[in-house]
Ligand binder design. Structure first.
Ligand code: ADP
Ligand code: MG
Length: 577
């Protein structure tokens, strides 16, 4: 099908062409006619990266009265980044017949956004639920004229704890009989269905299911190394695959920080994104990443929400996520916009069973690869250095200076051979020396079976006290803060919507608490970090194994870690207080 066949106006078609979209995606092809023809409540489900934004933006542009100064559509999005992105996409799609849009979100003074609301008379508001509700409560945003309410990325809004706000907003809009609600989401958890039941009127539902949950444009691979070699393996991969532009996922924010330090030390400009950053820090990091001043962004699943960068070459899983849906979500961030992407998981032998699991669920093969061999890596590095060397000779003429005269004089007596040696060690030492005595890191399949038989996963992690299938967490709230087992069970079970009986062993100390949860909830438990309990900010991490253990989650302790050997293990550090 072609965009031309969708009955869109000329200005939209021109904008689509300018954007370089060739054909509508499946969700666009199915949504646009339905939304154009009738005035209906609508639910569109399709995975991340399938073009859901344009699927609602294009119909909106047909329905909006451009001569009116009223707010005609309210679009709710889970994060400030997504709100901005939706605004940008709408601006691009309405390039030849501009619609007035305004993005509103928290983390910035209300006053400026209020002023823009008053002065610019936006026809479309895109906002995060919290701030939108704030505007409604102030009476600044009235929904009477608002005909279309769009809930974008509904599942993420749910994940981010915005559902009460969304509910309240829909109830407030309920007085407007003529309004229509459109919802787009990658998944449909039960809570969303409950919301639909309450607020939607006989919605049409379109679900785009691919046979492969994962896009064909993503090549999925994994390599297997010992846990302690994971960082080294990543660096080797990056040395070989020059120009990798990637998000690296880790399980914990401590892991993210460690890997980031390590990568920077090895000359890969990287930065970490984690839940504790202020919005400003986050924006700054995102800006550097988008401008490619850093080429690697290390983050946890929680911190990665709402990031949308279209031209990632890779998504790298530094250890696998606990649940399959997170995996699909993660790797859907590459291979977008017509590009090919690679999703590489660097796993330890104990995780190999999870690979089979994911393959079964996603109905896609995850190919086992070996890390580039040392000779291959050296070849690439050599090539790169030669090029840099040649380039710098060529660039030289432009900078004749007295410094060079000085340099020449100083080394005038040294013969050419010696000069070459000097240049060589100066240029090549940095990169090639690292590989001088390096061995291959791949763990072969047979070896891994032996290891599986020989030691349980727990044994390997040196975290022997933890029940099988459970993860142990460290919570920086303890008895002195009023925590007790009953409170903990309530906090966790409500926090992540599970039964209290799912909570495993609990160990409450004066200033902190350890508790266990089934491993599959790890991401959710870590997701509680943005919540609060008893007016305290929840700070929870995967508890690190004791001395000598590989460390939970990201690990990140490279073999040749050169950092002064301070105790980098957070839970132990706290113990010693
Ligand atoms: P989703 O909301 O489903 O995750 P987005 O709406 O963010 O996906 O779209 C993902 C990317 O694909 C965006 O960069 C968008 O500009 C691009 N895109 C959308 N529709 C098309 C299309 N028909 N052809 C090519 N690229 C598209
Ligand atoms: Mg989207």
């Amino acid at each position: 099908m072609l965009f031309k066949e969708l009955n869109l106006k000329e200005s939209s078609l021109k904008a689509i062409e300018a954007l370089g979209f060739e054909t509508p995606s499946e969700i666009q092809e199915k949504s646009i006619p339905l939304l154009l023809e009738g005035d209906i409540d609508y639910i569109g489900q399709a995975q991340t990266g399938t073009g859901k934004t344009a699927a609602f933006a294009l119909p909106l542009l047909e329905k909006i009265d451009f001569s009116s100064k009223n707010i005609q559509s309210l679009i709710l999005a889970p994060t400030r980044e997504l709100a901005n992105q939706i605004c940008e996409e709408i601006k691009k799609l309405s390039k030849f017949e501009p619609v007035r849009t305004l993005a509103v979100y928290g983390g910035q003074p209300v006053s400026g956004q209020l002023r823009e609301l008053r002065n610019n008379k936006p026809q479309v508001i895109v906002g995060t639920p919290g701030r939108v509700l704030d505007f409604i409560n102030r009476g600044a945003l009235k929904l009477e004229t608002c005909k279309y309410i769009v809930l974008d990325e509904a599942d993420e809004m749910l994940d981010m704890g915005f559902f009460d706000d969304v509910n309240t907003i829909l109830s407030a809009a309920g007085e407007n009989e003529n309004k229509k609600i459109w919802m787009f989401s990658a998944t449909m958890p039960r809570q969303i269905l409950a919301l639909v039941k309450q607020h939607f009127a006989d919605p049409q539902i379109v679900k785009v299911t691919k046979k492969n949950l994962t896009a064909d444009s993503v090549k999925q691979q994994y390599c297997m190394v010992r846990r302690r070699d994971q960082v080294e393996a990543l660096c080797r991969y990056l040395d070989y695959h020059q120009n990798t532009y990637a998000i690296v996922f880790t399980k914990t924010k401590v892991g993210a920080k460690e890997i980031t330090d390590e990568l920077n030390m090895r000359g890969f400009p990287s930065d970490a994104l984690h839940g504790d950053m202020s919005q400003e820090q986050r924006d700054l990091t995102m800006k550097k990443f988008k401008q490619k001043k850093i080429s690697l962004l290390i983050c946890t699943d929680v911190a990665a929400r709402g990031i949308d960068v279209t031209d990632l070459t890779h998504v790298i899983n530094f250890s696998l996520p606990q649940d399959n849906e997170s995996y699909v979500h993660r790797i859907g961030r590459t291979g977008r916009g017509g590009n090919q992407g690679v999703a590489l998981s660097i796993i330890d032998p104990a995780e190999s069973r999870r690979i089979r699991d994911i393959e079964r669920i996603t109905k896609a093969k995850i190919e086992k690869i070996e890390l580039p061999k040392i000779t291959e890596i050296k070849e690439v590095l050599r090539e790169k250095s030669y090029k840099e060397f040649t380039d710098s000779i060529e660039a030289f003429e432009a900078m004749e200076s007295e410094d060079f005269e000085n340099f020449k004089e100083k080394f005038a007596d040294v013969d050419k051979e010696e000069i070459l040696k000097g240049a060589f060690s100066f240029i090549f030492n940095q990169s090639l020396k690292r590989y001088k005595n390096a061995q291959d890191l791949d763990v072969k399949a047979r070896e891994s079976r032996d290891r599986d038989a020989g030691s349980s996963r727990r044994g390997e992690r040196g975290n022997a006290g933890v029940q099988r299938g459970y993860e142990k967490f460290f919570l920086a709230i303890g008895r002195k803060d009023g925590m007790d087992p009953g409170n903990l069970i309530k906090m966790v079970s409500r926090g992540i919507s599970v039964r209290g009986s799912e909570v495993g062993r609990i160990d409450i100390k004066d200033a902190f608490t350890f508790f266990e949860m089934p491993e599959r909830y790890t991401d959710k438990v870590l997701g509680m970090n943005s919540d609060s309990w008893n007016q305290r900010k929840i700070s929870v991490e995967v508890a690190q194994a004791g001395a000598g253990g590989g460390g939970g989650g990201g690990g990140g302790r490279g073999r040749r870690s050169g950092s002064p050997s301070g105790n980098r293990n957070p839970s132990r550090r706290r113990f010693q207080r």
